[in-house]
Write a protein that binds this ligand. Structure first.
Ligand code: NAP
Length: 296
């Protein structure tokens, strides 16, 4: 069984597994992207705030893979939320990536206390979409209430909502809302990175060490990361595991040769604790507006 391709609500196709590059050091990013594209990945997820869009572009060109075969996804940071600033954010990102168009451009997160600016930023994305500068637009870290507020003011339903989603926080209610609206749920920290990478608080339980996942992995001769990615794919989500290690990049893509049973999927669904490990999208950190995105 191969890794399926998903179709967004405007017909654009998205491979269900892509490479994430959050916290990929700039000097490691080009090699990671090149390695992923040579392995067969055709979707890269970056963001203006990650500071590595330039290296994503370098990796793309070094891979020799045709630009048109790769879905490039990037995100507009909150300090660039306004109609004009968001249009300029597109120029900054395309300049760094070295591309003319962006396949999937999304708002990195809502700005709850300045939701008018969030809406203005999204309306700029709608213009870029209408002008053919981007092929699909979306959001990230939006709750059902943020989606309600957005949809009351805009025309284009987001193609994706990229949110924290791993076995310990699988957000079934949000997934249901996304589904009903025709929005693809895209999992960040799909193998639970937020539950184990350093610097995100104490008292976390690493999904990677979960006993249920270990047992399922052993039964299939696969790793817990591969089981989690298979779970996302079989449940119809997009997942963007991050790695800078070529062996793990390949491992995360090697999930086409096994299938989880309905009982196995249900036992992974049952691991949901309902408690997020990452930031609450409704709790605004004023410092996030002070982080400025450099020019290309
Ligand atoms: N929209 C948002 O607000 C938001 C927030 C967070 C993340 N994201 C996106 O989602 C992507 C993925 O999320 P994430 O980076 O938070 O977490 P993740 O992909 O779930 O986990 C990444 C961590 O797992 C390690 N790893 C990768 N493959 C592995 C494997 N097969 N076995 C064991 N360890 C493995 C990586 O280290 P190595 O690199 O050393 O392999 C890294 O420490 C990000 O890169 C970013 O593109 C978006």
């Amino acid at each position: 069984m191969s890794i399926p391709t998903l179709t967004l609500n405007n017909g654009v196709e998205l491979p269900s597994i892509g490479l994430g590059v959050y916290q990929s050091a700039a000097e490691e990013t080009a090699a990671a992207v090149e390695s992923a594209l040579r392995t067969g990945y055709r979707h890269i997820d970056t963001a203006a705030i990650y500071g590595n869009e330039r290296q994503v572009g370098e990796g793309l060109r070094a891979s020799g893979v045709d630009r048109d075969e790769v879905v490039i996804e990037t995100k507009v940071w909150v300090s660039d939320f306004s109609h004009d600033r968001t249009l300029h954010a597109f120029e900054k990102s395309t300049g760094k990536l070295g591309v003319d168009t962006i396949d999937l451009l999304i708002l990195h997160q809502p700005a709850p206390s300045r939701f008018d600016q969030t809406i203005a930023a999204y309306q700029a994305l709608e213009e870029l979409l209408a002008d053919g500068r981007v092929r699909a637009i979306g959001v990230s870290n939006f709750t059902p209430s943020h989606l309600d507020q957005l949809l009351a003011a805009v025309e284009v339903v987001p193609a994706v909502n990229q949110v924290e989603l791993h076995p310990y926080f699988s957000q079934p209610a949000l997934q249901g809302v996304d589904h009903d609206l025709g929005i693809l749920t895209q999992a960040w920290s799909p193998i639970g990175g937020i539950t184990f990478y350093p610097g995100w608080g104490e008292h976390r339980r690493s999904v990677m060490e979960d006993e249920t996942l270990a047992a399922i992995a052993a039964d299939h001769g696969k790793t817990p990361a591969q089981v989690m990615l298979r779970w996302h794919v079989q449940e119809g989500r997009s997942a963007i595991p991050k790695s800078v290690n070529p062996v793990r990049i390949a491992e995360n893509f090697d999930i086409g040769d096994f299938e989880l049973s309905g009982d196995e999927l249900a036992s992974i669904d049952a691991l949901d604790s309902g408690v997020r490990s990452g930031p609450d999208p409704d709790v605004e950190r004023p410092a996030m507006f002070e982080r400025m995105i450099p020019e290309a």
